[in-house]
Ligand binder design. Structure first.
Ligand SMILES: *Cc1c(COP(=O)(O)O)cnc(C)c1O
Length: 399
């Protein structure tokens, strides 16, 4: 008898993914994430990065990172709680709090680590967490790590949130705390959560409000301050403003802003923060420089929005369905998985890199090409992308 290979399922499950066309194939980016870049050896227009403002190659960020390597090295040497809190981290947190207009801010290693570390500490046994049905996977995992009861409301629907909160009220005082949690901008559709109305419903029930603004920062609000600024909401209405440096800020790292009590609680309780090495010096320095750029160079956000408006109005005039997008995330809806894959492949031939988002990442029949606008594109680049969509769209019978 031959011994059974205990890892046999690995290859088998992978083959099942490939057969169902549900596997990821990785694309190699040779060189920087710039508007014209080299993907799989081809020169193409980058149309799906999260580098909205082109900051990942901004000279000020690059210089800040290089300088920090000279002065502080490439690693922090520890977790923040032991010996890994550098002046660069504290400086970044002060700078971020000032930018956000909050009492305090705290930086995590990533946005995922923020949601996975903090949410299960805010609510536990005897509590309730109420979540938008389309919230990001890192929120879903954070909620799963908590012992709280869970309820879901219809996507971006304050009336349905009210229904869920009213039903919860009947169970009071069984619940110690209630947490309402939502993405600010939804990453697959580019629509904006009605945070003002969500916060108003939460306030009626004495619930905490947590917003994940990964795709709103650098895009929405005064000077790119994000969704809380966009709606002009006070800190008494939104208690945890969470974000990431990995999207428009162009670097990497998660963060929260809110009260001093929130920050003190968060870093004492989040296991992802306490037990994982802190951001390398060049990362902390580049994040700080990104905030400086947002404050001093408003032209990037202006260009992002003018490109977005032109792209969306021309694409809609051509007859494309752009769903509910209200931000630089523009889904081009096509319906079937296979059509989305063919459109993406044809766009790549035509020099535009934008990936298909298919079931099970989105609902069946809602496959799309997800594009993300970039301020570093020229007007000609945007025209090139539109022409490629028009050509490919006609060939595939979408127009
Ligand atoms: C990207 C993203 C995250 C994760 O942020 P990272 O810093 O890249 O880990 C969390 N939430 C949302 C909504 C995101 O889009």
């Amino acid at each position: 008898m031959t011994a059974r290979d205990p890892t046999g399922f690995l290859g088998q499950e992978y083959r099942e993914l490939v057969d169902a066309q549900a596997n990821w194939t990785l694309h190699e980016l040779a060189g920087p994430s710039t508007p014209w870049c080299t993907i799989d050896g081809r020169k193409v227009l980058m149309f799906c990065s999260n580098n909205y403002l082109g900051l990942s190659n901004h000279p000020r960020l690059r210089a800040a990172a290089e300088e920090a390597i000279r002065t502080h090295g490439v690693g922090s040497g520890s977790v923040r709680s032991i010996a890994g809190t550098m002046d660069l981290h504290l400086d970044l947190e002060r700078r971020l709090a000032k930018f956000k207009g909050s009492e305090a801010s705290l930086v995590y290693q990533s946005g995922f680590a923020t949601n996975a570390g903090l949410i299960p500490q805010l609510v536990g046994d005897g509590d309730l967490v109420v979540s938008d049905e389309l919230n990001h996977g890192s929120i879903i995992d954070g909620v799963r790590l908590s012992r709280a009861e869970r309820a879901v409301y219809h996507h971006a629907d304050p009336a349905d949130l009210a229904r869920v909160l009213d039903a919860a009220e009947e169970h009071r005082p069984e619940y110690r705390r209630i947490l309402v949690i939502t993405d600010g901008v939804f990453s697959m559709d580019g629509d904006i959560a009605p945070l003002d109305r969500i916060a108003a419903e939460a306030a009626k029930h004495g619930a905490m409000v947590y917003v994940d603004d990964a795709h709103g920062e650098g895009v929405l609000g005064e000077g790119g301050r994000g969704i809380v600024s966009h709606f002009g909401l006070g800190r008494d209405r939104v208690h945890v403003e969470m974000g990431t440096f990995s999207k428009a800020f162009g670097v990497v790292g998660g963060h929260i802003s809110g009260s001093r009590a929130l920050v003190d609680f968060a870093f004492n309780r989040s296991r992802t923060w306490l037990l994982s090495g802190s951001a390398p010096p060049p990362v902390a320095a580049a994040c700080r420089a990104a905030i400086d750029v947002l404050e001093n160079e408003p032209e990037h956000i202006r260009r992002l929005w003018s490109h977005t408006k032109r792209f969306q109005s021309t694409m809609r005039d051509l007859g494309f369905d752009l769903g509910a997008s209200a931000t630089p995330i523009t889904p081009v809806m096509v319906g079937e998985n296979a059509v989305a894959r063919r459109l993406s492949a044809r766009l790549l031939d035509l020099g535009v890199f934008a990936l298909p988002i298919v079931y099970p990442m989105v609902a069946k029949g809602k496959a799309r090409i997800r594009t993300i606008m970039n301020a570093a594109l020229t007007d000609d680049d945007v025209g090139h992308a539109i022409a490629a969509f028009e050509t490919a769209g006609r060939e595939l019978g979408l127009l």
